[in-house]
Design a protein around this ligand. Structure first.
Ligand code: ZN
Ligand code: MN
Length: 136
């Protein structure tokens, strides 16, 4: 592994903010001032493909990267796009369940929770007040 790739991996593993490639670039540049954005992109792809990091591209507009490659879910803030770990167990094998429900060859699933982070919640954070529906 090149020194650049090692630094990218270390920086990613030090945060749980799920940074974009641009944000990883800013982090790595503090340690390697001459690194290029292209090098960051290339190494993020290599690390994702080898399973050492995870690329998160469901939902939001921006690809994010996660230094925690273990299986876990995320919740995304619909207002500020913040992405936070959601460590829950579903308690049942949903991939297995789907095998009986379609003729697809099932490789896995993508599940992302959405909501409002604490900073974006209005003073009264009743979910019903955030939709167009009349409270019952
Ligand atoms: Zn937010
Ligand atoms: Mn995560």
């Amino acid at each position: 592994m090149t020194q650049q790739r090692m630094v990218i991996l270390e920086e990613l593993r030090n945060v749980d903010s799920h940074p974009s490639a641009d944000e990883v670039y800013a982090m790595v540049r503090k340690r390697l001032p001459r690194v290029s954005l292209g090098t960051i992109y290339r190494n993020l792809e290599i690390l994702s493909k080898s399973g050492e990091i995870r690329r998160i591209d469901s939902g939001g507009n921006l690809k994010r990267f996660d230094g925690n490659a273990d299986d876990h879910y995320h919740i995304r803030c619909l207002r500020c796009d913040r992405l936070v770990d959601a460590f829950i167990e579903l308690g049942l094998d949903i991939d297995e369940q789907l095998k009986g429900a379609t003729d697809f060859l099932v490789f896995g699933h993508r599940l992302e929770f959405v909501g409002l982070c604490p900073r974006c919640q209005p003073a009264t954070a009743e979910p019903s007040s955030l939709t167009n529906e009349e409270p019952s």
